[in-house]
Ligand binder design. Structure first.
Ligand code: F6R
Length: 603
């Protein structure tokens, strides 16, 4: 989603710093970009629609400047054109903004009455006018920014420049992340770590409604009119994660990182026995019910978690999509554990759902990838997945790390309730050990995935079917295919087909049928036969050796048989790879699919 970078220093290289920073934020997804910078005391504003390249082409990076702000915009209010691109300037204030101002229309009408004119459709321009208006009556910028916090509804991270103070950069945030990077003789603001990672590791994380005045040598952070003591932290960040390291795409690199991610995520808890699960994790066995809340692929991980927790720990587990949960009538039991799952830790709906659960008094657990993110800071307990930075917009390694962590939670409860016996424990540990090797084996089958992608590329619709665990996987496979290859697809509970969807099956319709869950395998196979007999081209993904009947599928991808707890981590690999190969065949922008953003910080 939108990205912010800001700089104040003394080397005169502000324009280059801003463009470099924006390049590093490209992965978040955007559709226009712009920068504003002081040059000889005057604000220069340059913006372009489309890719950052369009902006770089019209900018002289050698232009001397010591202070500026830059933005990549993912359109919310108004089309993705140059006029709506940030920064916006009205009166003395130039602003870049991430988030959505909910009361912008009311404010806009009031400001029009006061004589302000607006040239864009954005909510951001309204903030510029409002700040300019406040500043006319009180020349204290910090007081004016504090007032903004009282007036604006919604979410915002703002980088602010004022014509009167060419040496000062201002920042404020609410419900949208913003950090301040600290260095000798220069300081930064950024919405996301990579923007400034090559410049400094030292940073301050702003809390909601914090606002700051930043010069090249000083950073002052305020809250509600008072200066605040802040911790300067250091990023732990592996710079290799923002390098493709020889792979064609970040997505492919990240798919290949899954064996390593599995080890990193599970090793701290799985040693010679399962004791680590109760020593290094809180005991989750006291809850009578568990609710998993997330968005997109993280919800799909939650659906697998539900199956694991219910099967292994015998605890009822509900899964909610955060954007629905927050506006539904809620029935949270007092002794219910609410688990929020998020790679970025910044997803607006998931964060809000977490706040609702906290307000209700529930214990909350965040399964988060981004250390120190908003959701990680808000949740009572945090378990970090160790996927490292995920750059491709479509999640792969972070999704599988979420699944792995949910399996560990199922095992934590099961072990602490004595629901698994010694023999099962030994098998589980053996499977966990062999899983990375099995993952590697599946990653070798590139030609098979290419061949399947070739078969389905002429079709406009692809179906993914499965039951239970395999249905949750079908949803993830279908989402991956849709988002990166722009091929329409549906995930269906195999038993539901005959209640409507089967009417869409025609000669050659690709149906990816997943059968790895023994509990329902024979039932799903009956459903596969129903689509096969209506002409479907069945791509069968399974861990079963049912050689006696080969009539119900056209192609078969074998995944190694392991314990249910880890089996989805194998099955998902062919699904990710088929989507990847199809997107590649179709020439799609795999790492940055159109209209999508990496971190969805607006609801
Ligand atoms: C799909 C995808 C999204 C995210 C969703 C939640 O490939 O990446 O569906 O899973 O936007 O994001 P996080 O996990 O950051 O909360």
């Amino acid at each position: 989603m939108c990205g912010i970078v800001g700089y104040v220093g003394n080397q005169g290289n502000c324009v280059r710093v801003l463009i470099d920073g924006l390049k590093r934020l490209e992965y978040r997804g955007y559709d226009s970009a712009g920068i504003a910078y002081f040059n000889d005391g005057k604000v220069n504003l340059v913006k372009e629609s489309g890719k950052l390249e369009n902006l770089s082409n019209v900018i002289d990076v050698e232009k001397k400047s010591n202070l500026g702000i830059g933005h990549t915009r993912w359109a919310t209010h108004g089309k993705a054109d140059k006029c709506n691109a940030h920064p916006h300037k009205i009166g003395k204030f130039t602003i870049v903004h991430n988030g959505i101002i909910e009361n912008y229309n009311v404010l806009k009408n009031k400001l029009i009455e006061k004589g302000y004119n607006f040239s864009s459709e954005t909510d951001t321009e309204v903030i510029c006018a409002l700040l300019d208006y406040l500043y006319k009556t009180d020349k204290d910028i910090l007081k004016c920014i504090r007032k903004l916090n009282e007036i604006l509804d919604g979410s915002y991270a703002l980088g602010i420049m004022c014509d009167d103070n060419p040496d000062e950069l201002y920042a404020v945030k609410k419900n949208s992340p913003l950090i301040i990077g600290i260095n000798d003789g220069e300081n930064y603001i950024a919405s996301d770590v990579p923007a400034i990672l090559d410049k400094t590791k030292k940073h301050i994380v702003l809390e909601d409604k914090d606002y700051a005045k930043i010069t090249k040598d000083t950073v002052n952070v305020y809250h509600d009119g008072k200066e605040k003591r802040v911790d300067v932290k250091s990023f732990e960040f592996d710079a290799s994660s923002i390098d493709k390291q020889g792979y064609d795409h970040f997505m492919l690199k990240e798919i290949h990182e899954q064996p390593d991610v599995f080890k990193k995520t599970t090793n701290p808890y799985l040693s010679e026995d399962l004791d680590g699960l109760i020593e290094k994790m809180p005991d989750f066995s006291k809850y009578s019910k568990i609710r998993i809340i997330a968005c997109g692929s993280a919800t799909h991980a939650g659906l697998i978690g539900k199956q694991m927790i219910e099967r292994y720990a015998n605890v009822e587990t509900l899964v909610d999509t955060a954007s629905e949960f927050r506006y539904n009538k809620q029935f949270l039991n007092d002794d219910e554990l609410v688990i929020v799952v998020s790679q970025s830790g910044e997803t607006a709906d998931t964060l809000e759902a977490l706040k609702i659960a906290k307000k209700n008094g529930n214990d909350t657990l965040g399964i988060i990838n981004e250390k120190g993110s908003s959701i990680a800071r808000e949740a009572k307990i945090v378990l970090y997945t160790e996927a490292g930075k995920e750059i491709a917009v479509a999640t792969t390694k972070a999704y599988s790390a979420q699944v792995a962590m949910l399996s560990l939670i199922a095992l934590n409860i099961s072990y602490s309730k004595n629901l698994v016996n010694k023999k099962e424990i030994a098998e589980i540990l053996k499977d966990a050990k062999s899983l990375p090797t099995h993952m590697e084996e599946l990653l070798q089958n590139e030609e098979v995935y290419k061949e399947i992608a070739n078969q389905i590329k002429e079709y406009n619709d692809v179906f993914f079917i499965g039951r239970s665990l395999d249905y949750a996987l079908a949803m993830e496979g279908s989402l991956k295919l849709k988002e990166i290859s722009y091929t329409h697809s549906e995930a269906y509970a195999a038993g539901e087909l005959k209640h409507g969807t089967i009417s869409l099956i025609e000669e050659g319709t690709p149906v990816v049928a997943i059968v790895t869950d023994d509990n329902v395998a024979s039932k799903t196979i009956s459903n596969i036969k129903e689509v096969k007999s209506r002409g479907a081209n069945v791509i069968y993904i399974t861990n079963r050796n049912d050689e006696e009947d080969q009539t119900f599928y056209d192609s078969k991808i074998m995944v190694p048989k392991v314990n249910d707890l880890f089996s989805p981590l194998l099955t998902v690999i062919p699904l990710q790879m088929i989507a990847y190969e199809l997107a590649k065949l179709k020439g799609c922008n795999i790492d940055k699919p159109k209209n999508l953003a990496k971190s969805v910080t607006v609801e």
